[in-house]
Ligand binder design. Structure first.
Ligand code: SIN
Length: 328
């Protein structure tokens, strides 16, 4: 019995070392994401690779897989739990199966801008949320910005009634579903990799995303209208598995974390630039017309969507929502 246990223990240890590619000579970190390389996340991942491979040469290598080449966001966290990938940065809207608390980031019209999001993330409640997925064997290592979301569609949207009956692709978030139901639209949960084709074939009418994603994935080429709604945030949780993180020698873990923090700061700088540059590129392309809402119009959207907050208050926690409000 004791011998069987020992053999089992040894096999598990060997399997872990094998699946994480932790060997005496070299540790390999696979970083999987779904966006293009010319985005805040794509650039952050490449910066992380460069910093790690410069500072930990011969000890750690980083392989970056962009554009859902390795895993889509619906699979990456399961793959991470199994040790098939070590780093990812899914959108905060994609953690529903792992914690309900991160749903705070999806509440419509909660954050007034990305600076408020940053203040919340770096505050006490935001930092606590990095550990909200621990019970599932995952560890949040930091937040990365992309930006505020805009709404694109095949028809013009000025008031909430313009969305009635229209089909919008959403990420796998119940809050986002409720947000569209609040304006009598149909919400369709689909992976990011399918959005362009769904829009192009008119299987759906529209979607919500940041200027950077709308530009880099060419959604603007197949959507006639974009409403600059800034109604929500699309940011990322940089995540690893607890077992991989613990398996790293202490000094290496410290250097990897330092490189990650630097890469995140770099990615955040790119995010700030892209939210104006990519918007301008879309304007210049003349492929989509951009609707800017008047204060009165925007207030109609706020009133239509804000009841969603109450519905999710218990799952998220009132203290978390209040901290987010205070960050404005
Ligand atoms: C991402 O930016 O990682 C994807 C966002 C989405 O699924 O819309």
């Amino acid at each position: 019995m004791l011998l069987t246990k020992k053999i089992y223990g040894l096999t598990t240890a060997l399997l872990c070392a094998f699946s994480f590619n932790v060997s005496a000579e070299q540790i390999e970190i696979k970083f999987s994401h779904v966006v293009a390389e010319n985005t805040p996340k794509g650039q952050m991942a490449l910066k992380f690779k460069a910093l790690v491979e410069e500072r930990l040469a011969g000890k750690v290598t980083v392989k970056v897989f962009p554009n859902s080449q390795l895993f889509g966001d619906n699979k990456v966290l399961e793959a991470m739990q199994l040790g098939d990938v070590q780093l990812a940065a899914p959108s905060l809207s994609k953690f529903k199966k792992y914690t309900k608390k991160l749903q705070v980031f999806d509440l419509p019209f909660l954050f007034k801008d990305i600076d408020a999001v940053e203040r919340f993330q770096q505050g006490v409640e935001g930092q606590k949320l990095l550990n909200s997925i621990n019970r599932k064997g995952l560890q949040g290592l930091g937040y990365l910005h992309n930006g505020m979301k805009q709404l694109s569609s095949s028809s013009e949207m000025k008031t909430p009634t313009d969305l009635n009956g229209k089909k919008f692709r959403i990420m796998s978030s119940d809050v986002l579903a409720a947000q569209f139901h609040a304006v009598d639209a149909v919400a369709v949960k689909k992976p990011f990799s399918e959005v362009f084709t769904l829009l192009q074939t008119k299987a759906i009418d529209g979607q919500e995303n940041t200027w950077s994603n709308i530009y880099s994935k060419k959604f603007f080429e197949v959507q006639d209208h974009i409403t600059e709604s800034n109604h929500g945030v699309l940011d990322y949780l940089v995540v690893t598995s607890k077992s991989f993180w613990k398996s790293l020698p202490k000094d290496i873990r410290k250097d990897v974390k330092a490189a990650l923090d630097e890469a995140i700061a770099y990615g955040n700088g790119i995010a700030a630039q892209k939210s104006t540059i990519d918007k301008q590129k879309i304007v210049d392309s003349k492929r989509s017309t951009i609707v800017t809402l008047s204060n009165e119009e925007r207030q109609q959207w706020v009133e239509a969507m804000k009841p969603v907050w109450k519905r999710f208050e218990k799952q998220i926690g009132k203290n978390v929502i209040n901290a987010a409000i205070a960050a404005n």
